[in-house]
Design a binder for this molecule. Structure first.
Ligand code: S3P
Length: 444
């Protein structure tokens, strides 16, 4: 997609709206991967059609999976575990998507062909050793052998080993990659999850009768993958993505006299750190009409403009809030008092060095910060009212673009956000929905 900037010249007027957010990205990726391994035709409704997810569809098609869209439903023709069609020198592009790259390599662990995995400029810089290590233990080979990033050649094994793993980063991508690698390994694989992360992979597999069991302990979970247990095709409706809803939640909190209702959002407790954090900051947020569907909590979120206070947010909140810190930093910039977010080193390993970038964006608009060893202190200014022009470099990071956009709608001044085309990797309807609630902007 061609690069474009978005310019915001005016604050948003008060609004009272009800909207539906695009489908959950994490669940969309997983629904595709898991249905590709099921027996029969799965029907997925409301799949997110963002660039990241479209790359997953393209990758699976390249591996011989038939995927057809008719009306709002994607039909995925699964042929059971081990049914992907691989060959030597196959090349698969994973675009900007760390989730696709890491999970796909998990699935490919069971195929003894040499396959090249590439990413875009940003993804080729991101750490992959975190999955190379466990996948090597299962039987994979990665070449060049000392390389820790993409592009890489992966060669799987015909006899993958069911073994024991520990997940210490709090990364759901690593955990899911190991689960996908173990689904077709004879025997029982265990994953000791020392930092609990989003559990959609486990939920879907459990819901459809796949070979998975989770034992919950106080400080960790143990996941058991029972290998070579085939499962039937399934039907799934994808709920709204809380990581996308986050931008509308904070926009409403910071706008004047406004209310928003966000319908059918996924409220899995491994994802709702943002709501916990904002409520502690005095945000008026109500969750209503909750139900459990396919093992996932879903509900409507009602948000009202609020005067926010600062928070001291511990590192333990990171796994459940990981993608929401860029927008939380905007909230903290307008909160009363000094906010501390601790344990954010992982943020610099995302689509851009997010922690460093957000720190410099806040400084650019006159918000004082202190950044040391993954902890950022933000000295909030509830009266912030910008009156100059600012150019924000997003480094092609979708969440930086959307956070800077919300900043423009609520802090004043003229904000030009560069390279907003990246928004379509996760939230293609972002700008349209913003327009629907009254946000004004120009595209350049
Ligand atoms: C994701 C997990 C998180 C998150 C990413 C999506 C997933 O990454 O940042 O946007 O779908 O599993 P990590 O697993 O690297 O923390």
């Amino acid at each position: 997609m061609k690069s474009f900037s978005v310019i915001v010249k005016k604050k948003i007027n008060k609004f009272n709206k009800s909207i539906s957010i695009d489908g959950d990205k994490s669940i969309s990726h997983r629904a595709l991967f898991i249905s590709s391994q099921a027996c029969g035709v799965s029907k997925i409704k409301g799949l997110l059609e963002s660039e990241d997810v479209l790359h997953t569809i393209a990758a699976l098609k390249k591996l011989g999976v038939k995927i057809v869209k008719y009306k709002n439903i994607h039909y995925i023709y699964g042929n059971g575990l081990g049914s992907l069609k691989t060959r030597n020198n196959l090349k698969i592009k994973t675009g900007n998507s760390g989730t696709l790259a890491r999970m796909l390599m998990g699935l490919l662990t069971n195929y003894a062909h040499k396959i090249k995995i590439t990413g875009d400029k940003s993804l080729n810089k991101r750490p992959m050793e975190r999955i190379f290590m466990p996948l090597k233990k299962i039987g994979c080979k990665f070449e060049p052998t000392n390389k820790k990033t993409l592009p890489i050649y992966i060669t799987g094994s015909e006899i993958p080993t069911a073994t024991n793993h520990e997940e210490k980063i709090g990364s759901a991508q690593v955990k899911s990659s190991i689960i996908f690698a173990s689904l077709d390994a004879p025997g029982i694989t265990t994953i000791k999850e020392l930092k609990k992360s989003r559990n959609h992979t486990e939920n879907i597999l459990r819901f459809i009768g796949g070979g998975i069991k989770v034992k919950k302990f106080k400080n960790y979970n143990t996941i058991y993958v029972i290998g070579q247990k085939n499962f039937d095709a399934f039907n799934l409706t994808i709920p709204g993505d809380i990581s996308s809803a986050a931008f509308f939640i904070v926009l409403t909190l910071l706008a004047k006299n406004s209310v928003i209702k966000l319908k059918n959002v996924n409220l899995n407790p491994t994802r709702t750190g943002i709501i916990t954090v904002l409520k502690k900051m005095n945000a008026q947020i109500k969750i209503v009409n909750t139900k459990i569907k396919y093992g996932e909590k879903i509900g409507n979120i009602i948000v009202k403009s609020s005067n926010l206070n600062s928070i001291n947010c511990p590192a333990s909140m990171v796994p459940s809030t990981v993608d929401e810190f860029t927008i939380l930093m905007i909230a903290a910039a307008k909160a009363k008092g000094t906010t501390t977010f601790a344990g954010l080193n992982e943020l610099n390993k995302k689509e851009s060095p997010r922690l460093n970038l957000m720190n410099s964006i806040l400084n650019k608009i006159g918000i004082k910060t202190k950044l040391k060893k993954g902890t950022i202190k933000i000295f909030g200014n509830p009266k912030i009212n910008l009156n100059k022009s600012y150019k924000i470099q997003s480094l092609f990071d979708h969440r930086i673009c959307m956070s800077a956009f919300v900043m423009g709608q609520t802090f004043g001044g003229q904000i030009e956000v560069k390279d907003c085309n990246s928004i379509s990797t996760s939230f293609p309807n972002f700008l349209t929905l913003m327009k629907k609630i009254g946000a004004k902007y120009e595209i350049k």
